[in-house]
Design a binder for this molecule. Structure first.
Ligand SMILES: CC(C)(COP(=O)(O)OP(=O)(O)OC[C@H]1O[C@@H](n2cnc3c(N)ncnc32)[C@H](O)[C@@H]1OP(=O)(O)O)[C@@H](O)C(=O)NCCC(=O)NCCS
Length: 147
């Protein structure tokens, strides 16, 4: 897609990712959590999506043996429904695949219509449910797998 760039996330992205998370999630990650993920966690791999040098989305995973455990996916609210999360995740799958990842999994709220639609489009299927997984409202988590 023209005008967008996807690259590996770096330490310099931490402030913007913290800001973006606060816009996108009811339980956003702290700056320290992003620091841990980008600078200290050897299993973590994150990519950012830029438009005109401004980070407008990100996605990441933990690489555990041949499995990719997706931790977060987010696109700035004003930039949604343009196919950008799909673009970002397809690139993440490609890059993770190059690093030996064969299957992907994640947890999602049943009430998150946008995310469930996205994951279904990308070939994820529901394989289980964790009861009362989310601390803020006690909502269950659906466990999805792809590949
Ligand atoms: C989920 C999220 C990342 C989707 O980002 P996006 O860039 O708008 O998604 P895309 O435009 O790439 O959509 C790809 C597909 O996902 C589905 N989808 C996306 N938004 C949707 C919505 N609001 N309702 C229904 N389906 C939706 C559609 O199938 C869409 O394909 P289509 O446009 O051909 O119909 C975004 O809504 C977001 O950041 N939400 C807040 C953070 C979050 O909940 N992350 C997931 C945590 S598990």
């Amino acid at each position: 897609m023209n005008g967008y760039r996807i690259r590996t996330a770096e330490e310099r992205d931490i402030d913007r990712l913290t800001e973006l998370d606060a816009l996108c999630f009811s339980m956003p990650w702290s700056r320290e959590a992003f620091h841990q993920e980008l600078c200290e966690n050897p299993l973590a791999f994150y990519m950012v999506l830029e438009s005109e040098d401004n980070v407008i989305g990100y996605a990441g995973l933990w690489m555990i043996l041949s499995e990719g455990h997706i931790t977060n996916v987010a696109v700035e609210p004003a930039m949604r429904r343009k196919g950008l999360a799909e673009l970002l995740l397809r690139e993440l799958f490609q890059q993770a695949g190059d690093r030996g990842i064969q299957r992907f999994t994640l947890e999602v709220r049943p009430s998150n219509v946008a995310a469930n639609g996205l994951y279904e489009k990308l070939g994820f299927v529901v394989m289980g449910r964790r009861k009362q997984y989310y601390e803020d409202n006690g909502e269950d988590a659906l466990i999805l797998w792809r590949g």
